[in-house]
Design a protein around this ligand. Structure first.
Ligand code: DCP
Ligand code: MG
Length: 242
């Protein structure tokens, strides 16, 4: 069967409500199942805005966002949430146990699925280190765990739902380089059939992506693989050197 989760942006322009100028202009790209698409660019470039258009946190001003050829504006919210898992830049954990937090998108998940997701997200050791395990209490907003732990639990939560499309918005930035690399390797093995879209700050996080979009001031200024961009993109070179 055809793999699901093809994401296509067609000439997308977006303005925040009440704003004069668009924050995204003429964005076109395709992200395919089994592939990783990365988005990099300076702060304020529009990366978070771009990835928020697929789960319809906002709707485009013009152009189309399509999932397997269907505009997301024509899809049920529940269909989008069952097929797209987004790990937000500031992941939110709610008051309750780790288990509650992990089952959020898939209440029927088995314990085995939860542990499997934790292992991939490099969070298994952290959950095992207390005897309460999955029943450990998380404070509202996840204030009793570190930023990196919040990110990893939030990644595990996304994995539990087994979506067609993963959106990781700067999800690896609070991790040390070695954990980042281990996590992405495990992730790659677990998300082989899915479409993975990664927003990143660090070039090392995305150097192995199938395609990288360089976003600047709401526009895709360059695109290609890491090696291609090193040759062709001054903006990318600047990020590499920063
Ligand atoms: N913006 C806005 N209203 C919002 C969110 C953002 O007007 N609710 C503006 C601020 C920026 C632009 O949109 O000028 C793009 O913001 P993004 O959050 O999309 O930018 P990035 O995700 O690229 O920035 P960062 O790397 O800091 O996360
Ligand atoms: Mg952002």
């Amino acid at each position: 069967a055809e793999k699901k989760g093809r994401v296509e942006f067609r000439d997308v322009t977006f303005k925040y409500p009440g704003a004069e100028a668009p924050v995204l202009s003429n964005i076109s790209f395709t992200a395919e199942p089994g592939k990783t698409l990365a988005i990099i660019g300076s702060t304020g470039a529009g990366k978070t805005t771009l990835v928020s258009l697929l789960p319809r946190l906002y709707d485009v001003a013009s152009g189309d966002v399509l999932l397997d050829g269907v505009p997301v504006t024509k899809m049920d919210a529940s269909e989008i949430t069952s097929r797209v898992s987004a790990v937000p830049q500031k992941p939110y954990l709610f008051s309750g146990t780790i288990e509650h937090n992990l089952r959020f998108g898939k209440p029927e998940a088995t314990d085995e699925e939860l542990w499997d997701a934790l292992e991939t997200a490099q969070a298994k050791g952290f959950v095992e280190e207390k005897s309460s395990g999955l029943n450990r209490r998380i404070a509202q907003g996840g204030t009793n765990v570190s930023g990196g732990q919040r990110q990893r639990l939030s990644i595990a939560r996304a994995l539990v739902t087994k979506p067609n499309v993963y959106l990781f918005d700067d999800s690896f930035s609070a991790l040390d380089v070695a954990t980042d690399a281990r996590l992405r390797k495990a992730l790659k093995a677990k998300t082989r059939d899915a479409t993975v879209i990664i927003v990143a700050q660090r070039v090392s996080t995305i150097a192995d992506a199938d395609e990288i979009l360089v976003l600047d001031n709401g526009r895709i200024v360059d695109r290609g693989t890491h090696d291609e961009l090193l040759e062709t993109s001054p903006t990318y070179q600047e990020i590499v050197e920063s």
